[in-house]
Every structure is written in structure tokens, then in C-alpha cells.
Design a binder for this molecule. Structure first.
Ligand code: GLN
Length: 544
């Protein structure tokens, strides 16, 4: 079949959850047998979000092919269980970079290079790249930002042209808006939506479907009014009411008939989506049989979006273990030897988060020492793993100024050091060790029990590494390296066999956790936390 395209734009305000709506719709289409993928177009000038501070844009999500992307791609993968790639995220920076490179190569044959048609052509090409791959029946393209923004204009224009080029039943647009509730008047208001649909129309794009975010049920008359003023059928006015979990949204969209209207407009057959596995997950997630408390130690903990994939991986692995995972966010900058016991003693597990730069690292190192000495289950991810190596080197091997050269270039014991191939790199963007790399897991390790296979592939995003010069010394003292890159010998996993459950990984397991495939490392970590909690309870019962 020819690929069909669905464009998702947003109006009235940002943060309406376009990514979740796109992912939920994709789930419903996938569950009816359509090969579906989702793409995000971001109107900012950064070439990718890799150089953005998490305060600006939340987590940077990494794909198998090493693209540093918007966090919405994480939702796409978690919902669909299909890997995304560089082609699934395009920014204005990348579009311009590519057009300017073509201009330098003389590919425009002397023409004046302009926003229309050159920038819009480049956008259209990027949209159709996924469709032309032959891998997908339906491509959903989410356009970041809000209609009416100056920077969104070339994207909306590209949508207008594509809808025209592809024809009525091959491309449709969904507009996501907000229906605010004015408590003083006790009323839901449609005017902002009318205005935003009008703004979209001024650019020549008619919304085929409206998805309306709301805190209250939309009455029938209000839907009829929206339909009349916004040129859509009543059945195409879809309510998206606040949900207690993002994983409820596919079912909410199913109840509203979003998939049916979409398929009808695309001239495709619709059937009942098979959500058996999804709903089994939801049931386990909503009816936990127990609870564990895990401390998440990082420096962006006040921001939900900064550790998005980690938080979601805990939801998947909690459901798998049928427990609720309560996350206690602990700011590493305010963690010190004096308050350590008070902040960590009651936890069933501790995760030391990824990160960059010096701020907050000493708090992380002290936290690792506390969990190591008190037998609390520990998972260190990327910088968290590096902190575990530094802590062990300082406090067990007695290498007092052991450090990463990222934090102290002059350390006499650089147990974590810049990779050789990183030393000559000066550009910050897209130059880390990125994407999926092979790792060989040693027998008789926690990792081999967790993965149940010798060869794994996990995603990376870092510049520094375990310094193999110290490997013998560290292993002799008790910390074991249990996972290696088979080609370079780089250490990817460290463990403490003397500890009940202590593991640090140089890669990011959280990126690969999905609803259908909760990551085994998170599943095992939550299980270890549960065992630890039960043991603690047993001890305190015995003491009574
Ligand atoms: N800053 C560390 C490095 O570059 C760790 C990176 C991370 O945690 N993602 O190696």
C-alpha cells in the first residue's frame, strides 16, 4: 500500500502532550496491523538537542544509530516497541545545515536559495524519507511548537504542500488544542481553539481532526459548536481528558474513536485493535501487590523530564514485578556525610543518575559509599557507574585523589579518563560515544543472570571511560569488571560480588525499556529492592 501521512500540530499552548497523543494513536494503528512510525520535527536552530541543557529541553534521548534526539522519541519507542532512528527527529538546524551544504556543493545550480522552496523541500524530503523506506504503512509527523510561532511557519507550509501533493486520503492533519475551564464562570471555553484553527487556516492548512485537551468532560453541545466553527465533523472532535497515567491515553483515544476517524479519512479499513498485552501491563501497573522506595540521585531531580526514560523504565519494571516503585528524588548537590543516613537509610534501592560536569558529584560519590557499606541495592548509570569506580578507588584502594579527568584533569589517579579518540575532538555536538555498542557479559556475574545471554547491545552517550590501567588493581581489591566491548576492551559493567546487588553500567539501559519489553536490568534492580525490603521487614518483625 502507499504510505499514508498524519500531521500533528499544536495550538493555544505548548506542553499539551502532542507526543503522547501521537504515540497513542500510533499504538492503536499498530494494534490493528498497520506498520506505523512517528517522527518529530523540532523548529529550533540547534542541529540536535544533544547540546541542550536538560533544564531547557528535558532529557536527550539516544537511538540505536546514535542520534541525540527529543525525548518524545522515547515515548514513541516505549509505546510501539519499535526502534526509532536519526530520521525520526529533524530540527531546523539540521534542515538549514543540509541546505547550506548543498548550496556550497553547487547543487542549486546558481539559483537563489530561499525558505520556499528550498527549506520547505528539504522538510518535505525528510518527512517522506520514512515513508519511502517501504517499512511503514503510516507515518505520523509531530510538529513541535505551536501554530502561529514564527519558527513553525516553514513546517506548516511544508504540511500544506504535502497535503496538496499527496491528496485527500493520503495525508491528514490533527490539531491538538486546549479547552480551558474558567472556574469563575464555571465554563469550558472554545474561543482559543477557534482562534488557533483559524491561525492554521491562514497558512492554508485545514485541520481534519481536533483533539481537545481538557480537565472536564466536553458536553455534546460544545463538541457540536467546535465542529461548526472549526470546519470539522462532530465525530472528529476528540476529547483528551487529563489521565492519571500516560499509558491510559491509548484506551482513552480508543473510547473517543480517534483511530476510527483517522482510518476513515485515510480510506483504510479499521478493526478492533488488539491491546491484550498493553492492558495486561496496565492492570499490573494499577494494581500493585507491594511497594518499594528507590532513591534517584541526580542534579536535575526537580525536573520530571530530565530523567524521563529512567522514570518510565521504573514504571515498566515495577509492573513486571507487580509492585509500585516510589521514587524519592535526591539532589546530589545537597547530599553530604552529615545528612546521608537520614536521606538514604530507609530506601530499598539507590540509582545514581547519568550526568555531566562537576556539580553534585561529591554527593554522588558519598551516596555510593553509603549504599556499598550498608548493602543497599545499587544501580549506577553512566556517570553513576563512574562514581562507583571512583568511590571504590578512593575508599577501598586508598587512592585518595582518584577521580575522573572530567572533574579534575590533574588527578594523580585518573581511574576514569577521556577515551583516546576523544582527545583531539573540540566540537561538542554529536561527538560523544553514541548509540548501540556490543558488550560481552562475563559468566557468573549479576549481569549474566540479568541478561541470560552473553552478547548484549546497549546505547551509550559519554566521553569518559573506565581507565584500564587501573583494572588489575581495582579487580584485586574486589570490584569486578563483568562486561566489555569485544573490540576495544572498554569496561562497560562493574559489580561488587561481596554486595547483595551492586552494579554500574557505562551505558543507558533506560533508553531500551518499553511497555512490551521492560528492561531486564531495571526488572532485576526492582526485584533486588523488593527482596531487600522484605528482608528488612523480616528483621524488624523478628525484633518486635
Ligand atoms: N559525563 C560522563 C561522560 O561523559 C558521563 C555521561 C553520562 O552520564 N551520560 O563520560
Amino acid at each position: 500500500m502507499t504510505t499514508k501521512y498524519i500531521f500533528v500540530t499544536g495550538g493555544v499552548t505548548s506542553s499539551l502532550g502532542k507526543g503522547i497523543i501521537a504515540a497513542s494513536l500510533a499504538k492503536l494503528l499498530q494494534a490493528q496491523g498497520y506498520r506505523t512510525t512517528i517522527q518529530k520535527l523540532d523548529p529550533y536552530i540547534n542541529v540536535d538537542p544533544g547540546t541542550l541543557n536538560p533544564y531547557e529541553h528535558g532529557e536527550c534521548y539516544v537511538t540505536d544509530d546514535g542520534a541525540e534526539t527529543d525525548l518524545d522519541l522515547g515515548h514513541y519507542e516505549r509505546f510501539l516497541n519499535v526502534p526509532t532512528s536519526q530520521a525520526n527527529n529533524v530540527t531546523t538546524g539540521r534542515i538549514y545545515q543540509s541546505v547550506i551544504e548543498k548550496e556550497r556543493r553547487g547543487e542549486f545550480l546558481g539559483k537563489t536559495v530561499q525558505v520556499i522552496p528550498h527549506i520547505t523541500d528539504e522538510i518535505k524530503e525528510r518527512v517522506q524519507k520514512l515513508g519511502n523506506s517501504g517499512d511503514y504503512d503510516i507515518v505520523i509527523t509531530e510538529i513541535g511548537g505551536t501554530v502561529g510561532d514564527i519558527e513553525s511557519l516553514p513546517y506548516v507550509e511544508a504540511v500544506r504542500q504535502l497535503k496538496w501533493d499527496l491528496g485527500e486520503h493520503n495525508a491528514i492533519s490533527i490539531h491538538l488544542t486546549l479547552i480551558p475551564y474558567l472556574s469563575a464562570a464555571g465554563e469550558l471555553k472554545t474561543k482559543p481553539t477557534q482562534h488557533s484553527v483559524k491561525t492554521l487556516m491562514e497558512s492554508g492548512v485545514m485541520a481534519d481532526i481536533l483533539v481537545c485537551r481538557t480537565e472536564h468532560e466536553l458536553p455534546r453541545e460544545l463538541r457540536a459548536k467546535l465542529a461548526k466553527f472549526c470546519n470539522v465533523r462532530e465525530e472528529a472532535v476528540i476529547q483528551s481528558i487529563d489521565a492519571s497515567t500516560i499509558y491510559d491515553v491509548p484506551n482513552l483515544m480508543l473510547d473517543e474513536g480517534l483511530d476510527t476517524v483517522v482510518l476513515k479519512k485515510l480510506n483504510l479499513e479499521s478493526s478492533v485493535p488488539d491491546l491484550t498485552q498493553w492492558n495486561a501491563f496496565l492492570k499490573r501497573h494499577k494494581h500493585p501487590k507491594g511497594e518499594v522506595t528507590i532513591g534517584l540521585i541526580g542534579k536535575y531531580v526537580e525536573l520530571q523530564d530530565s530523567y524521563k526514560s529512567i522514570l518510565e523504565a521504573f514504571i515498566h519494571s515495577g509492573a513486571e514485578n507487580e509492585v509500585k516503585v516510589k521514587i524519592e528524588s535526591i539532589h546530589s548537590e545537597y547530599l553530604n556525610k552529615e545528612n546521608m543516613k537520614f536521606k538514604l537509610e530507609h530506601l530499598d534501592g539507590v540509582l545514581v543518575a547519568p550526568g555531566f560536569g562537576e556539580r553534585g558529584v561529591e554527593g554522588k560519590i558519598s551516596a555510593v559509599q553509603y549504599v556499598r557499606e550498608n548493602n543497599i541495592p545499587f544501580l549506577g548509570i553512566c556517570l553513576g557507574m563512574q562514581m562507583a569506580v571512583i568511590e571504590y578507588s578512593r575508599n577501598v584502594l586508598g587512592l585518595k585523589d582518584a577521580n575522573s579527568t572530567e572533574m579534575n584533569e590533574k588527578s594523580t589517579h585518573p581511574v576514569i579518563d577521556l577515551m583516546e579518540e576523544q582527545k583531539s575532538i573540540t566540537d561538542k555536538g554529536g561527538t560523544m560515544r553514541l548509540g548501540a555498542w556490543n558488550c560481552e557479559v562475563m559468566d557468573d556475574s549479576i549481569a549474566s543472570k540479568v541478561y541470560k545471554t552473553k552478547n548484549i547491545k546497549e546505547r551509550h552517550r559519554h566521553r569518559y571511560e573506565f581507565n584500564n590501567v587501573y583494572k588489575e588493581q581495582i579487580e584485586a581489591a574486589g570490584m569486578k569488571a563483568t562486561g566489555f566491548n569485544p573490540n576495544t576492551g572498554l569496561v562497560e559493567i562493574v559489580e561488587l560480588p561481596e554486595h547483595p546487588w551492586f552494579i554500574g553500567v557505562q551505558y543507558h539501559p533506560e533508553y531500551k525499556s518499553t511497555v512490551a519489553n521492560p528492561h531486564p536490568l531495571f526488572v532485576a534492580f526492582v526485584k533486588a529492592a523488593l527482596n531487600y525490603s522484605n528482608k528488612k521487614k523480616g528483621v524488624s518483625m523478628a525484633q518486635k
